[in-house]
Design a protein around this ligand. Sequence first.
Ligand SMILES: Cc1ncc(COP(=O)(O)O)c(C=O)c1O
Length: 403
Amino acid sequence: MRAIPTIPQSLAIDGGAPVRETLLPYARQSIDENDIQAVVEVLRSDWLTTGPKVEEFEQAFAARVGAKHAVAFSSGTAALHGTAFAAALKAGDEVITSPLTFVATTNCVLYQGAKPVFADVCSGTLNIDPDRVAEHITSKTGAILPVAYAGHPAEMDAIMTLAEKHGLTVIEDACHALGAEYHGHRSGSIAQMTVFSFHPVKHLATGEGGMVTTDRADFAESLCKFRNHGITSDARERHASGAWFYDVEFLGFNYRLTDIACALGISQLKRLETNLGRRREVAARYEAAFRDLPGIAIPREREGVKSAWHLYPIRVDQKVAGVDRNRLFRALRAENIGVNLHYIPVHLHSLYRERFGYKGGEYPVAEAAYEQLISLPMFHGMSDRDVDDVIAAMRKVVLHYSR
Ligand SMILES: Cc1ncc(COP(=O)(O)O)c(C=O)c1O
């Protein structure tokens, strides 16, 4: 660990030397030789897609999260679309979800012609507030779609209880939360359907890729058909039986994940525990280094929850920190710390403003958080030196402005 300078240095944004020579990204994948070997083996095999690696990945994944079924998709977005279809969402239905998420969460509702209805978030975790969810339940509600923001599960006990009371399906967007735990249950085993993403910034990377986990055999069957044009059997089953006949039962898509990607997924899944451990270490070092920084609020795990630490979103209170989020963001970028922002609340995007008439001001907690958020680099491949650099840059910049 390097010593953190005590003599005030001029900020890189003001012409001083940056903490790092090169930009540290906010997240990136880690690929090792086993991953490469696994992919090469598939490239030499008979099946590049719809082959045996798909089922192998699905089974290993289902076992890891404690679900009966896992269905692989070509992306987390495609997987979300699959869940919206399997939950039979249709025009006229409403889905209650969080405004503070990536737009894929809510676009999947639009794909089915249904309407997302936002419920504001809790100010601590920035996850959907169950009390606000309850206020929005009507006869039109078709599902509740909580998001595990930054890797920290939402209040799933309260959400599942509400859903049960009203006979609603819960689809959890756990694209940030592979490996998270909530009151002894793993993300992926709590809601009726849970969605994961394997985009390179996530805990497990397959390039593009996604998964739905569920205990319901009917959902799993419908998801399998949906990702394959609505066809009743897949190519490998027909290959094995020598049969050519199939039927198209409904309008599906080609949302299949290749064997190449699944082989990478199987290989990466073996390192999940180690990678989660590394993310926890980084979070612990950040916590120790930032807890005394004036005007900076850091993310914290609620009692009984293990975050998967996908993101590390801090919040800047301008009045105390002496600097606003935008200036702090630019100052950290100038120090070559690749900060990012998660998220512009969905209802503020043009598509949602124009289609549903949102104007801003409807979800005060999410909107206030958005004005304050900065995501610091957080990924399992971070070296100690990378972590030192983020800490040094944060302390240098924040202490400069709060002096
Ligand atoms: C919360 C959330 N939901 C859904 C998605 C979509 O996943 P994908 O990029 O795999 O389509 C993402 C991706 O970043 C996400 O962060």
